[in-house]
Design a protein around this ligand. Structure first.
Ligand SMILES: *Cc1c(COP(=O)(O)O)cnc(C)c1O
Length: 438
């Protein structure tokens, strides 16, 4: 086989459909968030980032950086081993205690990323619980899908946020069979939120455990930033809460929180936990500081929500359609990969605004979008500039007849993000096609 030709062929296919990914070469600037230096073809300029998952700008927070510098100077660059073999630093121990407290759980367990926490935890539970059946929301993240796949347990996919469908699927499995309901709180691409309490009711009625991915909510929602489960007052009802230290907390790493025995079980049996070097102590110290800050100070969360409302209002005034949802994620539906890329390129080239186009396989074909994530550091002026730029880009790239159209049924179409990205059994054909929604 001509291996190189195969690689080139696959990449050409991706380019052909406008889904080839181009990384933006960015240098984030401490003290100037959300600004960054952008480089291309030997030219550098300052741009404003509008698509960061550093939702609160904690990645440049002076106290977080101070904690990291101190830990770096005290303990050095790396952890020096896996958690079991010399790699557990005091910062890891304190961070796990803080995470448990954040979610009101007896224990927590750290992983090197949110991806690893989902993959390793679900992979281990599905493999070790005898005849386990998982019930997974059809829009669950790739890391969840891969974890379930890896476990080789049986999986039933329920319709997105559809409690009735979940109930029917649970009822179809014998009562004595171990079950886990796996879902997210804030779904990252559409920004909609799961009915956690209702899902817990159904899970309880069928003796199922519950696993909630709060990656896009921790730090952002609830009185102490414990996520939607804290906001809704239902954290005690969940068997496991999973989160990341890389998004609102601004550092890197992932975790689960749950009972002592559950965390000990994963700690003791999950290959993806056991055989990987622990996070650097400086990372653990930075994440710990970030969580402590966000637990006691709700002002950043309030300012964040304020920026989200203002952006939505300004988009409405400009007649730019965006997907309604109760979260901080503001998707502008484009519905066509090439147009989405062209809009992103023009925003960057002409307006110094960086919004990465979100294309297949991150979202289903036909639901390509610009996903805006306002932060507390985006000023009124930043928002005004963004909206003006979007108006200019729309008038130069989108035919007038298609401007402001949302979809056939009057709602922007974004269902079935699904797992095209991984080619797993979650895969669902995109039933609906967006006409053009900008
Ligand atoms: C980003 C993300 C993850 C993975 O977290 P990382 O810390 O970035 O590895 C898991 N779940 C969801 C829903 C995510 O969006």
């Amino acid at each position: 086989m001509d291996y190189e030709a195969m690689f080139r062929g696959s990449l050409a296919e991706l380019r052909g459909e406008g889904a080839y990914r181009v990384f933006a070469d960015l240098e984030r600037m401490v003290g100037a968030f959300p600004r960054a230096i952008y480089r291309r073809d030997g030219v550098a300029k300052v741009v404003t980032i509008w698509c960061s998952n550093d939702y609160l700008g904690m990645g440049e927070n002076p106290q977080v950086l101070g904690a990291m510098h101190r830990a770096l100077d005290r303990s050095g660059a790396g952890a020096g081993g896996t958690r079991n073999i010399s790699g557990t630093s005091h910062a890891h121990v304190m961070l796990e205690a803080e995470l448990a407290a954040l979610h009101g759980k007896p224990a927590a367990l750290l992983f090197n990323s949110g991806y690893a926490s989902n993959w390793a935890t679900l992979g281990t539970l599905g493999a070790r619980l005898p005849n386990c059946v998982m019930f997974s929301d059809e829009l669950n993240h790739a890391s969840i899908i891969e974890g379930i796949r890896h476990s080789r347990c049986e999986v039933r996919i329920f319709k997105h946020n559809d409690v009735a469908d979940l109930r029917a699927k649970l009822a179809a499995v014998e009562a004595r069979v171990p079950k886990i309901v796996v879902f997210e709180s804030v779904y990252s691409m559409d920004g909609d939120i799961a009915p956690i309490s209702d899902i817990c009711d159904v899970a309880d009625a069928h003796g199922a455990m519950t696993y909630l991915d709060e990656v896009h909510a921790v730090g952002l929602y609830g009185h102490e930033g414990g996520g939607i489960s804290e906001l809704h007052g239902v954290r005690d009802r969940l068997t496991m809460i999973e989160g990341t230290l890389a998004k609102a907390f601004g550092v890197v790493g992932g975790y689960i929180a749950g009972s002592r025995d559950l965390c000990d079980f994963i700690r003791s049996f999950a290959s993806g936990f056991i055989f990987s070097t622990a996070l650097p102590p400086s990372v653990a110290a930075g994440a710990l500081e970030s969580i402590k800050l966000l637990r006691r100070d709700g002002r950043r969360r309030a300012r964040h929500q304020n920026r989200v409302s203002l952006l939505r209002k300004k988009l409405d005034q400009a007649g730019i359609a965006h997907l309604e949802n109760p979260s901080h994620i503001v998707p502008i539906m484009v519905g066509e990969p090439r147009l989405c890329k062209q809009m992103s390129d023009r925003l960057l080239d002409l307006h110094d605004i960086y919004v990465q186009p979100i294309n297949y396989p991150t979202v289903p074909r036909g639901t390509e979008r610009l996903r805006l994530t306002p932060t507390p550091q985006h000023t009124d002026e930043d928002i005004a500039k963004l909206v003006d730029a979007l108006i200019e880009v729309r008038s130069s790239l989108v035919p007038t007849s298609q401007q402001g159209r949302v979809s056939r049924n009057g709602r922007p179409l974004t269902r079935t993000r699904s797992a095209h990205r991984t080619g797993s059994e979650h895969r669902k054909p995109s039933a609906e096609t967006v006409e053009a929604t900008v």
